[in-house]
Design a protein around this ligand. Structure first.
Ligand code: FDA
Length: 412
């Protein structure tokens, strides 16, 4: 799709021709989840709204999300599921627009969905259903969307923002920055939002990749690679934060929901703690087994609870092997320590290439938590992932995009 025309298509040719255009009431940069939701709400209020996106197709991240089925919300979404320098910033928007509000919209479009696990709602069919719904809503609200539009410059004078773009000049009274973070650049992601923030003197919390696999170096990298494909439910901890979900060994290091979740908190140079058997005190279990079946091999007990390749790895790493009867408590404790409290030191992450989100972004101190308007620059707004609010894995990021877009669109 190149251009989605609207019920107000007359604004487009003028804007393209290079003639000084009539200002839009609201111009939104970024036709992603937050930008489209904001456009719909602003358009429904009768405002003249234009959405510009540099990508060929809007909403690409929605399309690829949730393995193509879009985990569009989480019924448990609450401020605790979000990372920000100001954990209270997200409260107002999340309260104004709840998961049920988005479910109601999805239901109005008769889009079939299901709860997969942990409150995560997915489309039965395809994420295209959500995209189609948002486009239809934009159309009904008279929103114009122009794609393949590179923005070169933004200026602000006499209460008007003026944009020079590859599609010609545009002007608007209110400018909404909804261009997300730099995660997955090949999907059109960029750091343009931060550049706009800095241009207008707003602080940006140093961004970093989040919800991203962790990588390792040296001998551990090779050992983990040998476990590639093994998966195990674990509890992973970093400081006071912990998650209990699946861990997946890959040829690059560690992945799976547990690792993606903790990666948003993890800081370089610091270890993670993994409990590979969160339901068992392995030392107690081994002691009992030693008493009951002393001739049993350690590896046999371990493979009762862990995938064989992982059990073998633990035996090799600890150097403890053989019949339980021949193993001292100290040795059993060493094995148990590795299983119940294994400390691993990643050397980095896979970076923005595979990160599902960006942690950090426009400093929330700079914005109104109600309207998302920049306190220093009346008329300039930031919503969605470009803001320093990052959700956990499981539909929380889209809920933030919908909620921040909705609040801004209603109050702009
Ligand atoms: P989003 O990134 O969606 O949109 C930004 C838009 O701005 C894009 O269309 C982009 O082209 C445009 N843009 C960027 N730079 C521009 C520029 N210079 N000029 C003009 N336009 C520009 N979340 C979730 O809750 N459930 C899920 O299932 C998933 N799954 C998932 C899978 C994968 C692979 C990824 C990468 C991410 C997810 N996410 C997710 C995260 C979710 O996609 C993300 O948090 C939201 O899309 C953020 O919405 P925004 O509208 O803020 O940015």
């Amino acid at each position: 799709m190149e251009t989605t025309s609207s019920s107000k298509p007359e604004s487009l040719p003028a804007a393209r021709s290079g003639v000084q255009p009539e200002p839009f009431d609201v111009l939104i940069i970024g036709a992603g989840a937050a930008g489209l939701m904001c456009a719909i709400e602003a358009g429904k209020r009768g405002l003249k709204v234009l959405v510009l996106d540099h990508a060929k197709k809007p909403a690409e991240k929605i399309r690829i999300s949730g393995g193509g089925r879009c985990n569009f919300t989480n019924i448990h979404a609450a401020p605790e599921n979000y990372i920000s320098q100001n954990p209270r910033f997200c409260v107002s928007a999340l309260r104004r627009y709840r998961p049920q509000d988005f479910i109601n919209l999805v239901d109005r479009y008769q889009i079939k969905w299901h709860e997969k696990t942990l409150g995560q709602l997915f489309c039965d069919n395809s994420s295209q259903d959500i995209i189609g719904m948002l486009f239809r809503e934009c159309e009904r609200a008279g929103v114009a969307i122009i794609t393949s539009s590179e923005i070169d410059e933004i200026s602000h004078k006499d209460e008007l923002f003026r944009l020079t773009t590859s599609r010609g000049p545009y002007a608007c009274r209110k400018l909404v920055v909804a261009c997300g973070g730099p995660s997955i650049p090949k999907m059109g992601a960029s750091n343009f939002g931060y550049r706009i923030a800095r241009q207008f003197g707003l602080k940006v919390i140093e961004p970093r990749p989040g919800l991203v696999p962790l990588t390792f170096s040296g001998p551990l990298k090779e050992k983990l690679a040998a476990l590639s494909g093994v998966s195990q439910e674990v509890e992973v901890r970093f400081g006071k934060v912990k998650f209990r979900e699946a861990l997946l060994f890959t040829h690059r290091g560690l992945s799976g929901p547990a690792i993606l979740q903790i990666s948003s908190y993890w800081r370089e140079g610091e270890p993670l703690r993994l409990n590979l058997l969160p339901d068992h005190d392995l030392f107690a279990l081994l002691k009992d087994a030693k008493e009951a079946t002393p001739k049993q091999e350690l590896i046999t007990v371990l493979t009762d609870h862990l995938p064989r390749r992982l059990a073998q790895f633990i035996v090799e790493e600890t150097g403890v092997d053989g019949r339980l009867a021949d193993l001292s408590h100290k040795k059993l404790q060493a094995v148990a320590a590795m299983v119940n409290d294994w400390q691993v030191l990643p050397n980095g992450t896979e970076g923005y290439r595979t990160a599902e989100v960006t942690v950090g972004g426009v400093d929330t101190d700079e914005l109104s938590s109600k309207t998302f308007e920049a306190k220093k620059v009346p008329g300039l707004y930031f919503i969605g992932e470009v803001v320093d609010v990052t959700g956990h894995l499981g539909g929380y990021n889209f809920q933030w995009a919908w909620a921040s877009g909705h609040a801004c669109g209603q109050l702009i």
